[in-house]
Ligand binder design. Structure first.
Ligand code: URA
Length: 213
């Protein structure tokens, strides 16, 4: 499907692929899963922020004055889809420490697999911010679609979606619902199973991050 879709960015850097493979293994401990997720998030943040606007500032090196270029990290808002999105926050914040952080709580109704909202808190001044919505898994797409619709109502400057893993069904659903939102992912796996899990995937990201299984 979408390797040719310019709005779907598959991050194929060898470090990203290596760490993702280690995380997928069922033998990976909670500690190593978290460590790898943190490292992967930093590497992904590097790709996702590639087109962030720069502004000129005057600085002085030990030798002379010059005009340097900096990003305004405060203009960035990370929006974490609870609970697994939390696992990506530290890595992103290590790279862009000034970013503001919002949270949206959605759970999947196990019968319908539809997203049900229970929490929503975003930073102020959303119309002046670029938003990166983070969730490790883009599976059915229901949570991502609902989260992005809520965030769009606040009229941010732009929205991107970053996940570790997705599948053709998830990409198709999110692209159809929000064609203006670019997707960044480290892998597009084979398919969803009947419970809405990605195959081969890595299991339940939340349980693996928090050690709750
Ligand atoms: N959420 C997960 O944590 N894993 C999947 O495979 C799908 C959704």
């Amino acid at each position: 499907m979408t390797k040719s879709d310019p709005m779907v960015h598959l991050i194929e850097h060898p470090l990203v692929q290596h760490k993702l493979t280690l995380m997928r293994q069922k033998s990976a401990s909670t500690t190593s899963f978290r460590t790898l997720l943190n490292e992967l998030a930093m590497l992904m943040a590097y790709e996702v922020t590639r087109d962030m606007p720069l502004q000129d500032i005057e600085i002085e090196t030990p030798l002379e004055k010059m005009t340097g270029r900096v990003i305004d990290g405060k203009k960035l808002a990370l929006a974490s889809i609870l609970r697994a999105g939390t696992g990506l926050l530290d890595g992103f914040l290590a790279v862009v420490p000034g970013a503001r952080v919002g949270h949206i709580g959605l759970y999947r109704d196990p019968a319908t697999l539809q997203a049900v909202e229970y929490y929503f808190k975003m930073p102020k001044d959303m119309p002046s911010r670029d938003v990166i919505v983070v969730d490790p898994m883009l599976a059915t797409g229901h949570s991502a679609i609902a989260a992005i619709a809520r965030i769009k109502a606040l009229q941010p400057r732009s929205i991107k979606f970053a996940c570790l893993l997705t599948c053709p069904e998830g990409v198709a659903a999110l692209r159809a619902a929000h064609p203006d939102v670019a997707i960044f992912t480290a892998a597009i796996d084979r398919q969803l199973n009947s419970h809405g899990y990605i195959l081969p995937g890595l299991g339940d990201a939340g349980d693996r991050i928090f050690g709750t299984q």
